[in-house]
Design a protein around this ligand. Structure first.
Ligand SMILES: NC(=O)c1ccc[n+]([C@@H]2O[C@H](COP(=O)([O-])OP(=O)(O)OC[C@H]3O[C@@H](n4cnc5c(N)ncnc54)[C@H](O)[C@@H]3O)[C@@H](O)[C@H]2O)c1
Length: 431
């Protein structure tokens, strides 16, 4: 039986040689959730079946810092089926599903994570993954890669490459590349069509609303919903909020995206105007302080603020805490007062879809994680041939993922005739 030990947070944790999780008693529920996720992630299960036969990751140690959800558990199992040994921690203090960590620990996976981690534990667990000496790193937000480069450069020579899951991580990696600081090849899994045009869009669209509903149970119909940032995530959030009967306002800094939002039928205005009329504000920019304290002072009474961008930097909570003290009114909902008006902050400003809900639905994570699994295979196959740069997976792999998912959904598409293929490759034929 695992030994219960007391840790700095005052929580009781289950701890073994290769794991530190909240409660091993949750393993059975975790197994059931993994079973449900597997039944909805058919494309990834097909990759797993091939991996089981071909063992493309035999002998490879994969170190992961990803949101530890049931879908991530399915990815872990696929990598193990391919011959890999896996060690995993979370990439956000609030996103871990404690039943899933217990199930993975029971299966013998090295796992260190719990929901509500302290900053100290967050970094202690990242170190555990680093001590595992991975050949491949999988990151969501670039914290693992950043820590290896800054504190453990001696490991870099044995690392074949890495994979990055999210937009914010890619931005950080490109900054490292620009500074000549990136020392091993990184596959930009986020930049697959089958990732950012599905996961960020449909996934964030649905799960962000789900998170806000679970935190607040507010009615979206009839509300002015302000979506801050009209990228892949913002487009999905705006679409779903509109579908629930909200009047959507978009704020943007990019001219083309603002134009796109306008042509999609949304009102565009600067935050200083949107702040005065919004009821619910949702940030999805990957940027810092996009809702400032000055904007909050302009807001109406009882507004709700939520973030679904990667880091908790989008809403200026530090500034807010300097002028107001939070009161926890229910799980994942804090009330602040400014000049007699109430402002409600969801999930401590951390990505609300994973803090208060369960992250994206499994179906959409299926294609994202096909990208991760196939990126690991790509790194092994191309070891020694890739530069230390941010690398996009070849289009054939991305298209193969779409084919797998269509097959899994039982959808048949058309194929080009020989005549059509030839026509598309020639330039002579005109009117
Ligand atoms: N919650 C999730 O599950 C989830 C899933 C995928 C991505 N993400 C994260 O969400 C964030 C957005 O991702 P994306 O793929 O949509 O990125 P993106 O680059 O496609 O879009 C971001 C948009 O925000 C805009 N923006 C930047 N600063 C702004 C400001 N001050 N005001 C208004 N708009 C501003 C940019 O111009 C851009 O159009 C990233 O941090 C990403 O890592 C979260």
């Amino acid at each position: 039986m695992p030994k219960h030990i007391k840790i700095v947070t005052g929580d009781f944790m289950d701890k073994g040689a290769n794991y530190e999780v909240k409660d091993m008693g949750l393993a059975e529920q975790g197994m059931l959730n993994l079973e449900i996720a597997e039944s909805r992630m058919e494309a990834l299960m097909r990759v797993k079946a091939r991996f089981s036969r071909e063992k493309p990751l035999k002998g490879i140690r994969v170190g992961m810092a990803l949101h530890v959800t049931k879908e991530t558990g399915v990815l872990v199992r696929a990598l193990v089926a391919g011959g890999a040994e896996v060690a995993i921690t979370g990439c956000n203090p609030l996103s871990t599903q404690d039943d899933v960590t217990a199930a993975l620990a029971k299966e013998g996976i090295k796992v260190w994570a719990y929901k509500g981690e302290t900053t100290e534990d967050y970094y202690r667990y990242l170190n555990k993954v680093i001590e595992f000496k991975p050949h491949i790193t999988i990151d969501d937000g670039c914290d693992l890669v950043s820590m290896i480069h800054q504190k453990h450069p001696e490991l870099i020579k044995s690392i074949m490459g890495g994979c990055e899951e999210t937009t914010t991580g890619i931005i950080r990696l490109k900054a490292m590349e620009k500074d000549n600081a990136l020392k091993y090849p990184m596959i930009a899994v986020n930049d697959n069509k089958t990732k950012h045009l599905l996961d960020n869009y449909y996934g964030t669209g649905q799960s962000t609303i789900d998170g806000i509903l679970r935190a607040t149970n507010v009615l979206f119909a009839g509300k002015n919903v302000v979506v801050v940032g009209y990228g892949s995530c913002g487009k999905g959030v705006a679409l779903r909020a509109q579908g629930m009967g909200s009047s959507v306002i978009v704020t943007e800094v990019d001219a083309f995206r603002a134009l796109q939002a306008s042509l999609d039928g949304f009102r565009i205005m600067p935050m200083r105007e949107a702040a005065k009329i919004g009821d619910i504000f949702i940030t999805v920019t990957g940027n810092k302080n996009v809702i400032s304290v000055e904007s909050m002072k302009l807001m109406k009474d009882n507004v709700i603020l939520a973030n679904s961008g990667h880091f908790d930097a989008e809403i200026d909570l530090k500034g807010l805490k300097m002028i107001s003290k939070p009161r926890r009114v229910r799980p994942f909902l804090d009330e602040y007062k400014i000049g007699g008006k109430k402002i409600f902050i969801c999930g401590e400003g951390r990505l609300i879809n994973l803090a208060a809900a369960e992250g994206h639905p499994s179906e959409v994570m299926s294609t994202s994680f096909c990208g991760q699994a196939l990126a690991c295979e790509y790194v092994v196959r191309n070891h020694g041939k890739m530069k230390p740069a941010v690398i996009q997976l070849p289009a054939e792999i991305d298209n193969h993922i779409a084919e797998l998912q269509l097959e899994a959904m039982g959808i048949e598409k058309d194929i080009l005739t020989e005549e059509q293929k030839k026509y598309l490759e020639t330039w002579e034929e005109g009117t």
